[in-house]
Design a protein around this ligand. Structure first.
Ligand SMILES: Nc1ncnc2c1ncn2[C@@H]1O[C@H](COP(=O)(O)OP(=O)(O)O)[C@@H](O)[C@H]1O
Ligand SMILES: [Mg+2]
Length: 225
């Protein structure tokens, strides 16, 4: 598995049909993320960054090319195996937190553990530990709407990491935050990266933050340049 890295794509293409028009959004992307590596992706709006993350995360199918996650080819595994693999191996963080508004922060963070088949007791215990770790131990019973933007994003980081994924895919995770709060979220991700050996692939517009990653990739018009 290590020879492929934790997450790899080869000659990945994605074509969307818009009416009669074919739009080639990814034009043959090659990429390998190594175990524990932190990689930033920068690039103009519309260059294909989010599409690439969706394909790497198995949320959408490529037109051509393959994605290998933890040694498994996402094109050829079954749908049920794919959703299990996604839940156990990947974490997702978005610009807007995507927490479920009607559930508490504790329930939101515990949910991936429950989905993986663990008991409620174990899910609660692990979620509380991690929420303490991200400084939200005093907000367990709050709903997302009762927290600040930075607190919600810390909860989203906790939810992404609760199943000890091998790789976290983050799409402009701090794009909605002021620079001081963004800095705290990055610090948190870096700490967890080192503690847990999780790989991070992060789309960002912030050069300063990107340069603190191990590698910075630039996307232009559907290709890594
Ligand atoms: N579901 C879709 N159907 C058609 N076109 C899409 C779809 N998703 C994205 N696109 C197009 O693909 C291009 C790249 O989008 P995206 O990956 O979101 O770029 P970025 O995240 O770099 O801003 C854009 O031109 C966008 O309009
Ligand atoms: Mg995007």
């Amino acid at each position: 598995m290590s020879e492929f890295g934790i997450l790899q794509c080869r000659q990945l293409t994605k074509r969307f049909q818009q009416g009669d028009l074919d739009v080639d959004v990814l034009k043959g992307v090659d990429l390998t993320i190594n175990v524990g590596e932190r990689v930033a992706i920068m690039g103009a709006s519309g260059s294909g960054k989010s599409t690439l993350l969706h394909l790497l995360g198995g949320l959408e199918k490529s037109t051509q090319g393959e994605v290998i996650l933890a040694g498994e080819n996402l094109n050829t595994i079954s749908a049920s195996k794919l959703s299990k693999l996604r839940n156990s191996s990947l974490g997702f963080i978005y610009q807007f937190h995507h927490l479920l508004g009607e559930f508490t922060i504790l329930e939101n963070v515990a949910m991936p553990v429950l989905i993986s088949g663990c008991s409620i007791k174990k899910a609660r215990k692990e979620a509380i530990e991690l929420l303490n770790r991200v400084g939200l131990g005093h907000r367990l019973e709050h709903k997302p709407g009762e927290l600040s933007g930075g607190e919600r994003q810390r909860a989203a980081v906790a939810r992404a990491l609760i199943n000890r994924p091998k790789c976290v895919l983050a799409d402009e995770p701090t794009g909605n935050l002021d620079s001081k709060t963004a800095e705290q979220i990055y610090q948190l991700m870096l700490e967890l990266n080192q503690e847990l050996q999780v790989s991070f692939l992060v789309v960002t517009h912030d050069h300063e933050l990107a340069e603190r990653m191990d590698r910075v990739l630039h996307m232009e018009d559907g290709l890594i340049v």
